[in-house]
Design a protein. Structure first.
Length: 297
């Protein structure tokens, strides 16, 4: 027994060392990338890069910054309602283990593994040509919405599954219907998981280039309408680096893109923490919460 215990302890120590080494390697790699981008980009981060109008002299990234924010809002406005509604149906309404639920999950996982260039070609054919939207911000946002839809569905589905069945049973026992239970009890409890999926989706949106080149275009201007073309920060950085004349400005754009991603993630994490704290308070006080469920419209 002592030899077996000693062997187990050695295995535990070895696994612990491997886990620490992997974590240290990951942290060091991310730290090196961030520091490298800052060192290369900060010297060229000048006020001329934030002028409203783009030209070959200032190569302003401001139009690309506004276009990126518009693309994020449009894509999430399309994908989040569809993804959350699909996950609600799969978890709350569909019979568990049914063939069509398994089919939807297989299709969702398949869509998540398709390369982005395939989405770009589909968007170029379907949205820009068949629907007649042309190369526009709306076509690019719709293509990105399809790309991030599997991620939002899966994260929302896992968040809904993590909600204890006792919450649902308690609401049903107090006379609440299924729809009211879902929107007043289940969804607020799963909100942090849903926001995690949104955060990952934002990261994919702001870093996408292949799909947007074929659908949203590369026009360096602020789109006045969703049917106008525009370039995001990632496409702007790609265009500058491919010309080999504005390498410093491309690194400066990477710094701004990094700051945008960190800012969005920090804001989403703050909202998720507040939602988690609110859910904990509701769990600590079940009786007032139950009264609200029964008496709410």
């Amino acid at each position: 027994m002592s030899i077996m215990k000693l062997a187990r302890r050695r295995e535990d120590k070895a696994l612990g060392l491997l886990a620490r080494a992997a974590a240290l390697t990951t942290f060091a790699t991310l730290f090196f990338i961030i520091v490298y981008i800052l060192v290369k980009g900060l010297p060229d981060l000048k006020p001329s890069l934030f002028e409203v109008n783009y030209n070959t002299t200032n190569v302003s990234l401001f139009p690309a910054l506004i276009t990126t924010l518009m693309t994020v809002v449009l894509a999430l406005s399309i994908a989040v309602p569809l993804g959350v509604a699909t996950a609600i149906y799969l978890v709350e309404y569909a019979r568990r283990g049914s063939p069509h639920v398994r089919l939807v999950r297989v299709m969702t996982e398949t869509l998540a593994s398709i390369p982005s260039i395939v989405y770009g070609l589909f968007g170029a054919i379907f949205f820009t040509v068949w629907l007649g939207w042309g190369i526009s911000l709306l076509a690019g946002s719709a293509t990105l919405a399809i790309m991030i839809l599997p991620l939002i569905i899966r994260t929302t589905e896992e968040g809904l599954k993590a909600v204890p069945d006792s919450y649902r049973e308690g609401a049903f026992g107090l006379g609440a219907g299924r729809l009211r239970t879902v929107f007043r009890i289940v969804l607020p409890s799963a909100a942090p998981a849903i926001l995690s999926g949104v955060i990952l989706s934002v990261g994919r949106i702001v870093g996408e280039t292949a799909a947007l080149i074929y659908t949203a275009g590369t026009m360096a201007q602020i789109p006045t309408t969703p049917l106008r073309s525009g370039r995001t920060l990632a496409i702007h950085m790609y265009a500058l680096s491919s010309e080999s004349l504005y390498t410093g400005q491309a690194y400066a754009t990477a710094v701004v893109l990094l700051a945008v991603v960190i800012g969005i993630n920090a804001l989403s994490s703050l909202v998720a923490k507040k939602l988690s704290a609110g859910n904990d308070n509701q769990v600590d006080k079940p009786k007032p919460s139950a009264r609200r469920v029964v008496g709410s419209g």
